[in-house]
Design a protein around this ligand. Structure first.
Ligand code: DHB
Ligand code: MG
Length: 222
């Protein structure tokens, strides 16, 4: 089984189940042309986020890590009129690309991008938001995932789903002696979740156009 096969199957699924369209393709091209790294979720993963948001009737979504706005478009498409997606991004250039992509997708009214380190925005957001988030997608720097998760939990309610990207990292997650700070971020969030009675979680390994990685799903249950 090769990376090439994973790519081909991902394309097949994308075509077969309609997870692609021109607005999304153009969003990816604009991000690439602007020099953004090719590390967004795949189209099929984006559609999964969209389905989760719809399944939950999500009205308020928080994203940590906007990049070029690809996952934001997928999630914002699930929002009803008057819904809101707040997306936190550290890089001005990413936010600029994302805003353009979101504008082209006709979603600007629903998406609010905040440009600053998320670790600075999150404490402000806790004071500002009136309703808890229904869905949170954590997809920023991996070493800070536990901190992002704790803030997300503060802005959650029973029934909130917190999704974390990149929790397998090619399998390196199993190495407690890894020199990758991202691996320790993932291992720490798993430990945090294990001793946190308010959440019930699992993680699913994935292969596809983004290589071998995984998604964590944590449901707030109390
Ligand atoms: C990286 C970050 C991501 O969010 C991702 O999905 C893949 C890779 C990275 O920083 O390398
Ligand atoms: Mg990611």
């Amino acid at each position: 089984m090769t990376r090439e096969l994973w790519n081909t199957v991902d394309s097949y699924i994308c075509d077969a189940l309609n997870a692609c369209d021109d607005v999304l393709d153009l969003a990816q091209r604009e991000a690439a042309d602007a020099g953004l790294p090719n590390i967004s979720v795949s189209a099929n993963q984006g559609k999964l986020l969209n389905l989760i948001a719809r399944m939950m009737n999500a009205r308020n979504i928080l994203e940590i890590g906007t990049l070029g706005g690809f996952s934001a478009i997928w999630m914002a498409r699930a929002l009803p009129p008057g819904g809101r997606l707040i997306s936190l991004e550290i890089e001005q250039q990413c936010a600029d690309v994302a805003r353009k992509n979101i504008e082209r997708a006709g979603l600007s009214k629903l998406v609010d991008i905040r440009v600053a380190p998320a670790i600075e925005t999150l404490p402000k957001l806790v004071k500002e938001v009136e309703a808890p988030f229904d869905l949170v997608f954590i997809d920023a720097d991996k070493k800070s995932i536990p901190e992002y998760f704790e803030w997300a939990l503060k802005m959650s309610r029973v029934g909130t789903m917190i999704v974390v990207d990149n929790v397998v990292r090619g399998g390196t997650v199993i190495d407690p002696d890894s020199d990758d700070p991202g691996v320790h971020g993932i291992r720490r969030v798993n430990e945090l979740i294990a001793r946190e009675p308010r959440v019930s979680a699992t993680a699913i390994q994935t292969v596809g156009s983004k290589g071998y990685d995984g998604l964590l799903f944590a449901l707030v249950v109390a």
